[in-house]
Design a protein around this ligand. Structure first.
Ligand code: PEP
Ligand code: MN
Length: 356
């Protein structure tokens, strides 16, 4: 019998009972399904091949907007499913929206080291207009002898900065068992390049109720990156932001090779926001500015930049961090480029900085 995997898109006012009735119809035909919300749309995704005749009866239900069959490997991430962008809102007090009209800059140190270091870094990035703060507490280091991060104590220091500024904070989670505590203490979970295909971690992070920032694996194709995002979305989480952070090549004059063509390609293939990390990709402070401008020009929705006020003594990735002055210069040069491509740089909305 002819058929295909189908995604049933319901009208935005569909009730819980109506969602259940679609699930039951699929279930009656021995197909399991998952329910995913992306912005105002609720979607029921069938697992397995839906016979064509079932597809047409479901399509006739008054609360069903359309039934979509997506060719290729993508399902929930596909622009064929949702031609419009899916903005992702992060944080509460002073939220940031990735993938909307504003270009969002995330900034802060690679790793959280101390309260003093965080106060200094956050003061400087907030003064230049960062909309989201970053800082790693659990660090996935290539060498076991390198600083591994402060763990839960680092999360607490990062959360203090959210209280101080009202800005959302993003931080990496490296193992499924830490998802809960990271979700409690931060506004957005980061999955790093080394864990892009850690499928248990993706499932757990997807289900935690927080937006997720998914970095591209350093040797992953665009298709594999989008399939990792499918894992997150498949848990029901529509709030996924992708991040290009450089791939491995033979080139040694930069830390990785920033693949901006992948950004434009991902923007074509998916409705999810895509941002760029010019710090980890180039590994060179003098390249962060030019690559930030290029990222904005090629359609990225934002940036994530390493900033440290004492980079020489940084415990992690000091060689690539910008100081406050360099970050301010990048932000100033970025504004006209962002405007030239029809976006705006988010204005500073942080609360007056209190001390902690
Ligand atoms: C980071 O952002 O701190 C980080 C470790 O990045 P990546 O996973 O891209 O190396
Ligand atoms: Mn780093």
């Amino acid at each position: 019998m002819e058929g295909a995997d189908v995604i049933v898109v319901l009208h935005s006012h569909a009730t819980r009972e109506q969602i259940e009735s679609v699930k039951e119809r699929l279930h009656d035909r021995a197909m399991s399904s998952v329910v995913v919300s992306v912005m105002e749309s609720t979607m029921v995704v069938s697992e397995g091949i839906a016979p064509a005749e079932l597809t047409s009866t479901v399509e006739e239900l008054p609360f069903v907007e359309r039934v979509v069959t997506v060719p290729g490997t993508q399902r929930l991430t596909s622009r064929l499913l949702r031609p419009e962008n899916s903005p992702v809102r992060v944080g509460n007090a002073v939220p940031a929206v990735f993938g909307g009209p504003e270009f969002v800059v995330v900034a802060g140190p690679c790793a959280v080291e101390s309260r003093e270091q965080m106060n200094a870094a956050v003061d400087t990035v907030v003064a230049s207009g960062a909309a989201v703060l970053r800082g790693g507490a659990f660090k996935p280091r290539t060498s076991p002898y390198s600083f591994q991060g402060l763990g839960v104590a680092g999360l607490t220091l990062l959360a203090e900065q959210r209280t101080r500024t009202g800005l959302p904070v993003v931080t990496e989670v490296v193992t499924p068992k830490d998802v809960e505590v990271v979700a409690e203490e931060s506004d957005m979970l980061q999955i790093g390049t080394r864990n892009m295909q850690n499928f248990e971690l993706l499932r757990e992070a997807g289900a935690c109720g927080r937006p997720v920032l998914l970095k591209r694996g350093m040797s992953a194709t665009v298709e594999e990156w989008l399939l990792a995002a499918e894992y997150l979305m498949h848990t029901g989480n529509g709030d996924v932001v992708l991040c290009e952070r450089g791939i491995r090549s033979y080139e040694r004059s930069t830390r990785f090779t920033l693949d901006l063509s992948a950004v434009a390609e991902a923007k074509r293939l998916t409705h999810l926001p895509v941002i760029v990390d010019p710090s980890h990709s180039t590994g060179r402070p003098h390249l962060v500015g030019p690559m930030s401008l290029a990222a904005a020009a090629c359609g990225a929705d934002g940036l994530i930049i390493d900033v440290h006020t004492d980079a020489r003594n940084a415990m992690c990735d000091g060689a690539q961090a910008l100081d406050g002055e360099q970050f301010a210069a990048v932000m100033a040069r970025l504004a006209p480029v962002v405007e030239a491509v029809g976006r705006t740089l988010a204005p500073t909305r942080a609360h007056t900085l209190a001390s902690v």
